[in-house]
Design a protein around this ligand. Structure first.
Ligand code: G3H
Ligand code: 13P
Ligand code: ZN
Length: 312
């Protein structure tokens, strides 16, 4: 199977009450870990690249690495998605270079500007059979070095979603219901609670339409502990409770974005390796351990959070 779009994945996910994991890729080991996990659990998967990833690895490497994963696992439906495309030009570049899905993130602009840029991207993408995700509402946290303070974050207004989707023609919509980017989503003592009522209202207004959640890492404490026990210093790293994501996945949420948890897994494996084997200096040795933890985490998400295992 070649790379696919998310269209069929989302239709099946919506009907089946599960979500597809969208995992960020930055290098070969991460691509391998995610796609081996998808193959082991027989799950479709979305591999997504941010502007930072495309700068770090060079977008051509990322496209070719994902194509290699498709060749190795032809039975697994895989989509290659641009995460947080800043404008039409970035989206066009990805559409022209093999991505099957792009996100136009104009959520920090006015509603009218967001509509206009998203519409332009959708029009271009659809000519080439590429699907488009847009965003309404603003998440807190850090993405591509842009930091949004939590008091500037804004929940999605359900009153705007029908007009937005109708006038842009986008294929899926990311909404803000209390998730945020990064590994420090809540302060200690805060009670993390997603606004599932907003999700409910959005899906009532957009029946059958795929909704996306960004900022959905759960920051598994066992990996934070491994990092801190092996020389790390991550204080008060807190994520979204897995049960709340599972609940969202049962409804209209068809795509759940996870990056920070993979970073924690990779770092935990490498730190643990260096402390256990201070004499090692072959990257293949410590990257093997980092890759193993990333794969474990992705398998866990697919089975226990997304519910997309055994759906191909
Ligand atoms: O949305 C944020 C993702 O975790 C990507 O992060 O921009 O540092 O690659 P990045
Ligand atoms: P996390 O930082 O919660 O992993 O979110 C990732 C994300 O939303 C990528 O777009
Ligand atoms: Zn995001």
């Amino acid at each position: 199977m070649a790379l696919v779009t998310t269209k069929e994945m989302f239709e099946k996910a919506y009907a089946g009450g599960y979500a597809i994991g969208a995992f960020n890729v930055n290098n070969m080991e991460i691509v391998q870990a995610i796609t081996d996990a998808a193959a082991a659990t027989r799950s479709p998967v979305i591999l997504q690249a941010s502007a930072g990833a495309r700068k770090y690895a060079n977008s051509i490497y990322l496209v070719k690495l994902v194509e290699a994963a498709v060749a190795l696992h032809p039975e697994i439906p895989m989509a290659l998605h641009l995460d947080h495309g800043a404008d039409f030009a970035v989206c066009k570049d990805c559409i022209d270079s093999g991505f099957t899905s792009v996100m136009i993130d104009y959520s920090s602009h006015s509603f009218e500007e967001n509509v206009e840029e998203s519409r332009k991207v959708a029009e271009y993408a659809h000519k080439y059979g590429v699907v488009v995700e847009a965003e309404l509402g603003t998440l807190a946290g850090v993405e591509d070095e842009v930091s949004v303070e939590s008091d500037k974050a804004m929940y999605t207004d359900p009153n705007q979603v029908e007009e937005f989707v109708k006038s842009t023609g986008v294929d899926s919509l990311a909404i803000a219901i209390g998730t945020s980017h990064g590994a420090f989503k809540f302060k200690p003592g805060q009670n993390p609670k997603l606004r599932l009522d907003i999700l409910e209202e959005v899906s009532r207004r957009l029946p059958g339409f795929p909704i996306v959640l960004h900022g959905s890492s759960s920051v598994p404490q066992e990996y934070v502990k491994i990092i801190n026990a092996n020389g790390g210093a991550l204080k008060d790293a807190i994520g979204i409770p897995e049960e709340q994501l599972r609940e969202a996945a049962k409804g209209a949420v068809c795509k759940i974005n996870i990056d920070s948890d993979l970073r924690l897994g990779m770092t935990a494996g490498i730190r643990e390796h260096f402390i256990a084997h201070p004499e090692h200096f072959d990257p293949r040795q410590y990257l093997t351990d980092g890759r193993k933890y990333v794969q474990d985490i992705v398998e866990h998400k697919i089975i226990h959070v997304l519910g997309s295992d055994n759906t191909i």
